[in-house]
Design a protein around this ligand. Structure first.
Ligand SMILES: [Fe+2]
Ligand SMILES: [Fe+2]
Length: 158
């Protein structure tokens, strides 16, 4: 594992420990955090917008998945902090959408992006023999595949 950074660095007054992972892996974790915050807000706002009868079956699903995404953001941020990185607070662009179909199509696409990114993180973590990150992302990947399945099923019904 290459590690070009010094033992301690002081950045913005925060004293950081020696990083325990490659920059590549830490950057990938921050990409994961950015998209988890994005979808947490996106799904929660979609849940709020579809409080009427038409979105009745959909809104609870959206709320539950939004909460799951926020938990993912927390878990990844904790891992990145442990590894010596600084978790981003900046979400990827949020696309709430206007019609229910448009929303769920976007969400399905976002889950596909997550699945591809997390497969990559799993591969890099394996290469770096980072068992904990590897295990964490296998668990998160299983959730994202489930979300993708929920959105795909919903799309057949709306
Ligand atoms: Fe997630
Ligand atoms: Fe998800």
């Amino acid at each position: 594992m290459e590690n070009p950074q010094p033992l301690t660095i002081v950045e913005g007054g925060i004293r950081m420990k020696k990083p325990k992972a490659s920059k590549e892996l830490m950057d990938l974790l921050n990409k994961g955090i950015a998209r988890e915050i994005q979808v947490a807000v996106q799904y929660m706002w979609q849940h709020v917008l579809w409080s009427g009868v038409k979105g009745f079956a959909v809104k609870d699903e959206l709320k539950n998945i939004a909460i799951a995404e926020m938990k993912h953001a927390e878990a990844i941020a904790e891992r990145l902090n442990y590894l010596g990185g600084i978790p981003t607070t900046k979400p990827d662009p949020i696309h709430v959408g206007t019609t229910l179909k448009e929303m769920i199509q976007q969400d399905q696409k976002d889950e596909e992006v997550a699945i591809a990114l997390y497969k990559k993180i799993i591969a890099v973590a394996r290469k770096e023999e980072d068992e904990v990150t590897h295990r964490l992302f296998r668990q998160i990947l299983a959730d994202e595949e489930e979300h993708h399945d929920v959105f795909s099923t919903l799309l057949e019904e709306i």
